[in-house]
Design a protein around this ligand. Sequence first.
Ligand code: GLN
Length: 191
Amino acid sequence: MRVGVIAFQGTVSEHMRMADAVLGSGSALAVRRAEELDDVSAAIIPGGESTTIGRLMRNSGVFEKLKQLGDGGFPIWGTCAGMIMLAKEGDGQMRRTGELLGLMNMKVKRNAFGRQRESFEEELELEGIGEFHCVFIRAPAVEKVYGKCRAIAHLGKYVVAAEQENLLATAFHPELTNDLKFHRYFLEKAR
Ligand code: GLN
């Protein structure tokens, strides 16, 4: 199987390296045009700057296509900025982010951990995955999940990983570790 990594900005090569390690080299495809999504059976939206990634996704047509595919059961995983893009709702800072894909029943808060904790690492227990070393960088967090969306990891008062049928979102960056467990989890689910 092939997986597309939305490749405008952010942790693109890191996700491609991890996906190749799970599926075999050449399995990850950098996606910058909507048509390229026809060649893959799952997609990852990387971490980075959600305002930039969102704008480039909308300008390229990748946004519309991904929204349709996601609605129809196509597996999509968003990390950090990618998590923001998948959400239905955001906090006040979202005005600058622009339109979200709005696929997952969750409300996210951008830069939820503030300046004091811009980046940090935590060992967390992830439901269905086990213990995982989670790297947070100016991370968003989920303030609430509803409907079919469910929490798979918590940190303090926040949800930091969520799953909704074909969709997966993490506030942290498994692609910045050497642990393939999370990529395996998503790609197994997508298969
Ligand atoms: N703070 C970034 C945003 O709001 C996300 C950071 C990240 O993806 N590491 O877009």
